[in-house]
Design a binder for this molecule. Sequence first.
Ligand SMILES: Nc1ncnc2c1ncn2[C@@H]1O[C@H](COP(=O)(O)OP(=O)(O)O)[C@@H](O)[C@H]1O
Ligand SMILES: [Mg+2]
Length: 166
Amino acid sequence: MEVLRAESNSLAATRALAAALAEVLRPGDAICLEGDLGAGKTAFVAGLVAALGSDAEVTSPTFTLENRYRVEGRDFDLFLHCDLYRPGEDARRDLLPSMLEARDEGAVLAVEWAAPVEEFLRPLLRLKIEVVDERQRRFGLEPVPAGWPAFADLAREWEKIRGGSA
Ligand SMILES: Nc1ncnc2c1ncn2[C@@H]1O[C@H](COP(=O)(O)OP(=O)(O)O)[C@@H](O)[C@H]1O
Ligand SMILES: [Mg+2]
């Protein structure tokens, strides 16, 4: 199985990993974030949003279902951040159509707690975040299905961050 791994020992390192991923994102890419509450899913998304040129504050869209951010200087204009922790069973009906429509128009999606809709979002990048201790996080990024074109480029960048910040 093709999985890209990295570790982070700070919020700054997590944001650097996210910024490196943001560099290689293409229109229509979808990232499903997995990990316990407090693992750093929203923190990672905040790093993506900042790297995509928005200075908006990123908060969890737990109550609003989805937040949309304008993207600057890329070949996609829109970034969608969704959190299905609360929508639960209704997520497919309530949120999926607008997510898929935005994606069809080239938006990039990042979805926390995506399990109820994951099968409809393929191809996707599955980012698993594991809590090691208070500050240490372990990341695993798996393209589903395998074969994401930017895999090797991102692997090189994540390797540099590991070398620089660990
Ligand atoms: N290495 C790290 N990477 C990301 N967040 C970290 C790290 N170390 C500590 N944290 C803290 O963990 C919390 C992550 O919260 P959040 O991103 O909202 O989690 P989630 O969205 O997964 O529930 C934040 O309070 C953040 O400051
Ligand atoms: Mg969150």
